[in-house]
Design a protein around this ligand. Sequence first.
Ligand code: A3P
Length: 274
Amino acid sequence: PVGVLTLYICVHYNRSSVIQLPHILIIGVRKGGTRALIEMLSLHSSVAAAQNEVHFFDWESHFQRGLPWYLSQMPYAFPDQLTVEKTPAYFTSSKVPKRIHQMNPDIKLLLILRDPTERVLSDYTQVFYNRLQKHKRYQPIESVLVKDGEINLGYKALNRSLYYVHMQNWLQYFPLESIHIVDGDELIRDPLPEMKKVERFLKLEPQINASNFYFNKTKGFYCLRDHGRERCLHDSKGRAHPHVAPAILQKLYQFFHEPNKKFFELVGRTFNWK
Ligand code: A3P
């Protein structure tokens, strides 16, 4: 049980600091806007967020260390705060939902999704820059997307955008009411309404407001204002995507058309994806 593993650390200002297993998990999706979401959620005074992606439930070497190790990865918090961790790879890892359910069947799950095609391009861009940094060779986008004139089904990033496949797996363990889906495209366009919905889902006192966000023209994205301190997300967030020939883009949109429909039926909600 969660309570048993709560560590009481120290006492200051008459409030004890504790380390708690997460009450909230941001489970993905990779490149959906998970960093933006956890940073924006941290604006709320009742939330304490883990800084790093812990990869507890998806990496065997971490999972074998057990819950005490997982707990040790969590941030100091006040007892009335909710702890949140984000590991975007959880969403697409098939063994993860069962493991999280075993830890806490009542945990609140946040899933941030973005247009599946846009997500693939973002995924490619991330790998491209990682390889560039390591002086490794990279393939042009069109040669990974297309094989013999057709969409290359072997490209892993495509699978990560088949949201219904992964969602089916989660719904075997968690009811839909436990999973709040954040519209990642909307979070980019206008973060406040999406964050108000997150607050409501988490039953947090309404606190995040318009003054917490300002649009940075140079970055082309909203940045955060926290107690007067202004900050944008790291340069690796909000990068330009490669140009893709319109005919290939069209193929991608078609490829995702049916899977998207299946996803909308599964969650009883539609999204404005191309
Ligand atoms: P791109 O860099 O492809 O545009 P994640 O944190 O899950 O890796 O997601 C990264 C994506 O978050 C970025 O993808 C970007 O589009 C999106 N994002 C959402 N809100 C943002 C913000 N306020 N600032 C920067 N990026 C943001």
